[in-house]
Design a protein around this ligand. Structure first.
Ligand code: MG
Length: 268
């Protein structure tokens, strides 16, 4: 709430309780707007659907680095930052998009294969498997509140389920994980999140919230009609996530952990 904080810092708002009331009012408005827009009278929260890269795992920087070095190798100009915008896109689409932009033509199928192979090799080399700070704490917290925790990722890593079990033991049941293999259409299509609702127990959109970090992931969740909290763990401005339709944009998983008890009052 930059406006409130500015007023407070400038000394116009000295009453902290008043400031808190403004913040609470603005926050409850966000939840009410969602309910009004979707014609629900209330939330009935049963599940939290988590994206994986950039939400649970601090892996986006390695994806971006691998993409940039791969494109450099093949003589295709790019920036590391732009790959955060393409997160969730199928690899071949990213390659074809850049090829068209920089060379004015489609990538041949052999080129796509070679480029994607190098990107995958570099990612395996760089990725250290580290978690986003507070990801474990937050998942554990909502799990202990009795909420179903599900994962909805566009990733197709074969070891993904084992990896999740290793880092988040007993928090994600494997029947509740949606991967690239479960859907025909990737994000920003709503199918992955609709599948997430089904895997979480055939829930309605108002019975879940989504935690996303990528604009295309946010678009997918919003298209599935689910309340979407974006955490901005990458270098892009918050505006990109807000423009994609996120109901709330936060700077980190820690901010979500800290605010959750407050949000929970509106999610009943
Ligand atoms: Mg992500």
């Amino acid at each position: 709430m930059p406006f409130c904080d500015d007023l407070f810092n400038l000394g116009f708002l000295e009453d902290k309780a008043y400031l808190c009331r403004i913040k609470f009012f603005r926050m409850t408005t966000v939840f009410k707007e969602y309910l009004d827009k979707h014609n629900y009278s209330n939330f009935d929260l049963k599940a939290v659907l988590f994206d994986m890269d950039g939400v649970l795992y601090d892996s986006m920087k390695w994806h971006a680095k691998s993409w940039k070095e791969t494109m450099d190798h093949f003589g295709i100009p790019s920036t590391s930052e732009e790959f955060y915008l393409y997160e969730g896109m199928v690899g071949n689409h990213t390659i074809n998009y850049l090829m068209n932009r920089e060379k004015g033509r489609d990538a041949a199928s052999q080129e796509k294969e070679d480029i994607y192979k190098l990107k995958t090799e570099l990612f395996s080399k760089y990725n250290d498997g580290s978690l986003i700070p507070y990801a474990y704490d937050f998942v554990k917290k909502v799990h202990d509140e009795g909420l179903i925790c599900a994962v909805v990722t566009g990733s197709g890593q074969p070891t993904l389920i084992n990896k999740l079990e290793y880092n988040f033991p007993s928090l994600f049941e494997k029947e509740r994980i949606v991967t690239a293999f479960d859907v025909k259409n990737g994000k920003p299509h709503p199918e992955p999140y609709l599948m997430g609702l089904a895997k979480a127990g055939y829930l309605k959109p108002n019975q879940a919230v989504v935690i996303e970090n990528a604009p295309r992931g946010v678009e997918a969740a919003v298209a599935a009609g689910i309340f979407t909290i974006a955490i901005n763990t990458g270098p892009m401005p918050d505006r990109v996530l807000a423009d994609a339709g996120a109901d709330i944009v936060l700077p980190s998983m820690k901010a979500l952990f800290d605010n959750w008890d407050e949000y929970r009052k509106s999610l009943i």
